[in-house]
Design a protein around this ligand. Structure first.
Ligand SMILES: [Zn+2]
Length: 325
């Protein structure tokens, strides 16, 4: 266990001095930076559940409350931004339930709940709201994240690629803020050893398109080729494949907790056959910062985000390592 807080004993001459009021974190620490409540579950839910279940410390930072989301529960439609504008607060509850389903206990909102507002889709007037995350001062927002990095000292950080995986302004901004925070953390000597971006291998996308062609509920209807989609990464560029199919149920439960956002009859829950396990329980990442660890298969995909990292206390903060906190 790393001395990242907790009740620790300071070794020095004389009687031991107890430092109280801080907690002790596991050796492996994973930080995920997501844009809205539900992104964590849809994009990385299996990975989060996998690491939480295997004893790593999983920290989720969500950048906005998702105030501009659509509402798929008719009875709650009046919470929308144009009416009561209460959706953001409601979604805190959904996210809390999703984290519980994933076994994740450390969740924060960037700068505190409500600091940044959902910017809405690209080009909408909501992009201009003074609290819109799209308008955030990069260094100010990154400083909030550095506070979390300083406290938790994650070895691995996960966020989106420069296009925010699919182009939503808050996802692009989450990428920018996370990468700026890594730079600032590096200046303090506390940067995570590895930074990953979420990704979907081209081969998986192609297989999915083919599977859905047969389906009556095809979310990709009208799309002839994966070339038309805003995501899809060549297999050779993928660095890690996290097989967490045993966490499929946790991921589905977490997604169902976001009931305002994902209709109960969504195609996401009705994916046919073996492809469903691959689509829901296996998640892929490219490596943006750090050295790739040992892997397997034709492209040497890592099976563990911590592959190649010495985690046993190697990343302790100087203060904690000295037993003084
Ligand atoms: Zn999102």
């Amino acid at each position: 266990m790393a001395d990242l807080g907790g009740r620790i004993t300071v070794e020095r001459a004389g009687p031991p001095v107890r430092v109280t009021g801080v907690t002790t974190l596991p050796d492996r620490r994973l930080l995920l930076v997501h844009a809205h409540p539900d992104d964590e579950s849809i994009g990385t839910g299996a990975t989060m559940a996998h690491y939480a279940a295997t004893g790593a410390h999983v920290t989720l930072v969500t950048c906005t409350l998702g105030e501009e989301g659509e509402i798929h529960v008719p009875a709650l439609a009046g919470l929308c931004a144009a009416e009561a504008d209460q959706l953001g607060g409601y979604r805190i509850g959904e996210l809390t339930a999703a984290c519980a389903a994933l076994g994740v206990t450390d969740h924060r909102f960037l700068g505190g709940a409500g600091r940044y507002r959902d910017s809405g889709m690209m080009g909408l007037a909501t992009n201009e709201h003074p609290r819109a995350f799209w308008q955030a001062d990069l260094d100010e927002a990154a400083a909030y994240l550095v506070d979390v990095i300083r406290e938790v000292r994650p070895q691995v950080l996960v966020t989106y690629d420069p296009d925010g995986f699919y182009g939503h302004p808050d996802h692009i901004q989450a990428h920018r803020v996370a990468m700026r925070a890594v730079e600032l953390a590096a200046d303090e000597g506390i940067a995570p050893a590895k930074v990953y971006w979420t990704a979907m291998p081209r081969s998986v996308l192609d297989a999915g398109l083919e599977t859905f062609t047969e389906s009556s509920d095809n979310p990709f209807a009208g799309i002839e080729s994966a070339d038309e989609l805003p995501f899809g990464t060549p297999d050779a560029e993928i660095a890690a494949r996290i097989d967490a199919t045993d966490q499929y149920a946790a991921k589905e439960a977490a997604m169902r907790a976001h009931a305002t956002q994902i209709p109960a009859n969504s195609w996401l829950y009705s994916i046919a056959g073996n492809f469903g396990g691959e689509f829901m329980g296996v998640e892929y990442f490219t490596l943006a910062v750090g050295d790739k660890g040992p892997g397997a298969g034709p492209y040497g995909w890592e099976g563990d985000l911590f592959a190649g990292i010495a985690v046993d206390g190697a990343q302790r903060s100087p203060v904690a390592a000295a037993g003084l906190r």
